[in-house]
Design a protein around this ligand. Structure first.
Ligand code: SOE
Length: 398
């Protein structure tokens, strides 16, 4: 019988569902040294909390996160709330001696992220985790093993993009479009994933950012009216009235160039208005001896080019990353060729979180608050570079 660990999750929306699924299933697919127990779900919307708890298997529910983070019965607090709440909730949980798993980006602002990194450094017995889940696609983890094993040789290029198209003019003014809640728009939301992947895969740090360009294409969006006490629809409840408009003050798209400290150069692009791209997060890394390419919409494959092969037969290989024993995480899932999906990356992450808490190694390295703070510094450097229309060295961003 393995040890158990009581988990509370704060957040009951998209990430709340994804994380719930991960806690529920990690022990069914992996032999975990510690079993997560789904103790409490916390959220603001009381009406939907009880059915949520029931559907996903949470034993308790609460609308009071301040009590939850201090509850002696709990061991791990999962912060899956809008960016502006991360710092207060994570710091409170760390101060109460809990392990903390936080959604990405670490925070909306560098100041909040710094506070979180410092709180984590003070809480020596607590482990921290940041849900940069794409590291745990088997294909990405394989790319990490190839690159860190020297298969690409010296690295020259990183080309990263994260394109989505869900945020057209009809999309209402949710927290993601307001600086006071989100910090930035597509930049923090999407470039944070790509910066994390680039740092993880290259094992290198970004040393300078330049050529940064952000754009807010849709500056007014429909305000969401508070839910009426009786329940029912929130948006456009009274269609005869002209819907109230509010200001969206974050970037809808953001691009930048960068240098890595060991000499590679990189380009990044994030957009929520790239028509035709639903969740296209792609990265290509070119080195002296070869290249890798990954695209989330084909997440079970890694594209690999061996530049040491003779040109007569050389070409991009599509490696299906589903083989137990050969591909990281694949052994926990289905027989070879039976592909996995988005949610599995979060299950893989819970398995690695439990390994780390037990003192074992994760299958591939895990971003903690100190690591995610470095990603946040790059986000900040790019924002500063866009504002000043000049290059910004990372040494200038503390
Ligand atoms: C919305 O853009 C979002 O849900 C991001 O917040 C996630 O991190 C990304 O993986 C999918 O898209």
């Amino acid at each position: 019988m393995s040890q158990t660990l009581n988990v509370a999750l704060i957040g009951q929306k998209f990430m709340g569902r994804v994380h719930s699924n991960a806690y529920l299933n990690a022990g069914r697919f992996f032999n975990l040294p510690i079993q997560p127990v789904m103790h409490t779900i916390a959220g603001l919307d009381l009406i939907s909390l009880a059915p949520f708890a029931d559907r996903w298997g949470w034993a308790n529910y609460s609308t009071n996160w301040k009590e939850i983070v201090k509850d002696p019965a709990l061991d791990l607090i999962d912060v899956s709330t809008p960016n502006y709440m991360h710092a207060e909730q994570a710091v409170a949980a760390l101060s109460a001696g809990k392990h903390v798993a936080c959604e990405k980006p670490l925070a909306g602002t560098l100041k909040d992220a710094r506070m979180m990194r410092n709180a984590a450094a003070r809480a020596k017995k607590c482990r921290t985790f940041v849900w940069f889940n794409y590291r745990r696609c088997p294909a990405v983890a394989l790319a990490y093993k190839l690159i860190s094993g020297g298969r690409l040789g010296k690295l020259y290029h990183v080309r990263a993009r994260y394109l989505q198209d869900w945020a057209g003019p009809d999309h209402p003014l949710t927290w993601r479009f307001q600086k006071k809640y989100a910090g930035t728009g597509a930049h923090g939301d999407l470039n944070s994933h790509m910066i994390d992947l680039a740092r993880f895969l290259t094992g290198d740090e970004i040393s300078e950012v330049s050529g940064a360009l952000g754009e807010n294409f849709i500056s007014e969006r429909e305000v969401i009216e508070p839910r009426p006490k009786t329940g029912g629809a929130r948006r456009g409840a009274n269609r005869r009235k002209k819907p109230k408009q509010g200001k969206s003050d974050v970037d809808d798209a953001m691009m930048f160039l960068c240098r890595f400290s060991k000499g590679a150069i990189g380009s990044f692009e994030a957009s929520r208005l790239a028509s035709g791209h639903a969740n296209d997060n792609s990265i290509e890394i070119s080195g002296e001896h070869g290249a890798i390419r990954f695209s989330f919409e084909e997440m079970n494959r890694l594209f690999f080019y061996d530049h040491t092969e003779s040109r007569d037969t050389a070409g991009w290989r599509e490696v299906m990353c589903t083989s137990a024993g050969n591909h990281p995480y694949a052994g926990a899932w289905w027989p070879d060729g039976h592909v996995i999906g988005y949610e599995n990356t979060f299950v893989n992450m819970v398995a690695d979180m439990m390994a780390i808490i037990a003192g074992d190694d994760p299958i591939v390295p895990m971003p903690d608050f100190a690591d995610a703070y470095e990603t946040q510094r790059v986000l900040e450097a790019a924002s500063l570079a866009a504002k000043s229309r000049s290059a910004v060295k990372l040494t200038e961003v503390k």
